[in-house]
Ligand binder design. Structure first.
Ligand code: 2PG
Ligand code: MG
Length: 423
């Protein structure tokens, strides 16, 4: 099946900011659309998301956040190439790479390349009469990833109410995804209730739907979530583990980690000790970005002393980038990678990063961004690629629940197996 039409246009995301959509129409009359997400605590090594601010095409009505130039790139540069050359859907990414060979896709914008790349994958799946998940994993049971779900939010997603960005839970004792989600919903509800009873304002719902309570220290936040899990009747450790996204790049300045809520600054070496104490004293089974994106030696040092079973997850450190991943493999800087398609810019090369991580025994966590939309392709990618885990934010907001609901759908209608990388 061939491409008939490619149209880029601007839509709004969950923060009410513009983002890019691409629609690909095929010769059978069908149309396939993908919308791209957008981060707030972005790493500097991510592929480049272009916006109009400061450009010739600046669009003032959207506070400079519009993406009209990117839309133009799709309509005037990408579309003619894909249509006139009558290319097959499975080589769209190769053509996008030729059109923009820059490592960070800064000439067309990674938000242009990813929108088209995703729409092409969805269209290709359709041309084979398959869902996107089955397109990538045609045989055997679909493997459903373990969810990692935000309960408390801080950092860039919640007015810096807490220094760390997320306190999440992982329902490691659940036997199915459906059971896992039921526990998560129970914990989130109880967190809101107990938070209010303790006199906190729980009114601020963060960008990813987490509850924002201004806990001063990480220990305080952990202890609160532990009490919530216990109150629900679940066993901390056996059934539910804690996870952190420290997002430390956000508070690393002048070579110091500055925890402003407790008024303390740490050198890299001191912060390695601080993090190691934290993970040794709390039931934390996964820690993301404990150190800043270029503080490689802190990562390496930590890995030599960290508890053996701890998942040490690189987000800003690795930015779904093959070169950075290979460096982390060589230097033993982490043992898990967050996979975000828009940090990379193309579906095929995102998958290559995931494959390389898996081949080197890294855990893989497919992740949404803080600025999301109603699309659910993320759940299809995570499942089709058999990623061990998925991170979508909280269970609040339709842009988040679209992804959870897609996984519930798989479990209801397909033959599935629920993955547990923590077993
Ligand atoms: C992260 C993501 C998602 P953002 O840091 O892992 O939680 O945040 O999309 O803002 O980079
Ligand atoms: Mg992160």
């Amino acid at each position: 099946m061939k491409i008939n039409k490619v149209i880029g246009y601007q839509v709004l995301d969950s923060r009410g900011r513009p983002t890019v959509a691409a629609a690909i129409s095929l010769t059978d009359g069908s149309t396939h659309t993908a919308r791209v997400p957008s981060g707030a605590s972005t790493g500097m090594h991510e592929a480049k998301e272009l916006r109009d601010k400061g450009s010739e095409n600046e669009e003032k009505f959207y506070a400079g956040l519009s993406v009209q130039q990117v839309v133009k790139n799709i309509n005037e540069k990408i579309a003619p190439r894909l249509i006139e050359e009558q290319i097959d859907l499975n080589v769209v990414d190769a053509h996008l790479l030729e059109l923009d060979p820059s490592v960070d896709h800064s000439s067309l914008g990674a938000n242009a390349t990813l929108a088209v790349s995703l729409a092409a994958a969805i269209a290709d799946a359709h041309s084979q009469n398959k869902s996107l998940a089955r397109f990538f994993n045609p045989d055997g049971p679909l493997l459903i990833p373990m969810p990692m779900v935000n309960i408390l939010s801080g950092g860039a997603h919640a007015n810096r109410n807490m220094d760390i960005q997320d306190l999440l839970i992982i329902p490691v004792g659940a036997k199915t995804f459906t059971e896992a989600l039921s526990w998560i919903v129970a914990v989130r509800e109880m967190a809101a209730k107990l938070g209010k009873e303790a006199g906190h304002s729980t009114n601020l719902i963060a960008d990813e739907g987490g509850i924002s309570i201004p806990f001063k220290s990480v220990d305080e936040a952990c202890e609160f979530v532990i009490s919530v899990i216990e109150k629900v009747g679940l066993i901390v450790g056996d059934q539910v583990g804690l996870a952190l996204d420290v997002a430390s790049t956000q508070f690393f300045e002048s070579e110091k980690y500055n925890l402003t809520n407790i008024n303390k600054s740490y050198t890299s070496e001191e912060f390695v000790k601080y993090i190691n104490n934290l993970v040794s004293n709390q039931p934390i089974i996964s820690i993301e970005d404990p150190f800043a994106e270029d503080d490689w030696s802190a990562w390496q040092q930590f890995m030599t002393i960290a508890p053996k079973k701890l998942q040490v997850l690189g987000d800003d450190l690795l930015t779904t980038n093959l070169v950075r991943l290979n460096k982390a493999i060589d230097q033993k800087s982490a043992n898990a990678i967050l996979i975000k398609a828009n940090q990379n810019g193309l579906v095929t090369s995102t998958l290559n990063v995931l494959k390389q991580a898996r081949a080197n025994n890294f855990n893989t966590v497919v992740s949404a961004r803080s600025g999301e939309n109603e699309d659910s392709w993320l759940s299809d990618l995570a499942t089709g690629w058999s990623a061990g885990q998925i991170k979508v934010g909280s269970t609040h907001g339709s842009e988040r629940n679209a992804k959870w609901n897609r996984l519930l759908e798989f479990e209801a209608v397909e033959k599935t197996k629920f993955l547990n990388p923590f077993n």
